[in-house]
Ligand binder design. Structure first.
Ligand code: SF4
Ligand code: SF4
Length: 89
């Protein structure tokens, strides 16, 4: 059985207030690295370009930014952040 984020004990998800990740279409080559690495399913490829599908489950791990070799991904962090908050800090 594949577990979902709702199965993780002690974790509360904090909803986002809007898109805080932007993708520069000029720089994006559509390689799909961001899509493959994102465990939260935030990305999709449309017309050979990456697009944010939803940041609702984004964990702010930064993996997408790290694997984007073309520097197409930018973050503008919202005050207070989004993603998961645990009982342990
Ligand atoms: S920061 Fe992490 S969870 Fe959020 S979109 Fe990037 S890879 Fe996905
Ligand atoms: S990793 Fe970067 S270049 Fe590749 S699809 Fe994602 S945004 Fe585009």
């Amino acid at each position: 059985m594949v577990k979902t984020f709702q199965d993780i004990p002690g974790v509360e998800w904090v909803e986002g207030t809007g898109n805080f990740i932007t993708i520069d279409e000029e720089k994006c080559t559509g390689c799909g690295n961001c899509l493959k690495v994102c465990l939260a399913g935030c990305y999709e490829i449309v017309n050979k370009k990456a697009r944010i599908r939803s940041t609702e489950k984004c964990m702010e791990c930064g993996a997408c930014w790290y694997v984007c070799e073309d520097g197409a991904i930018d973050f503008s962090w919202p005050a207070g952040g989004t993603g998961f908050r645990t009982n342990w800090g």
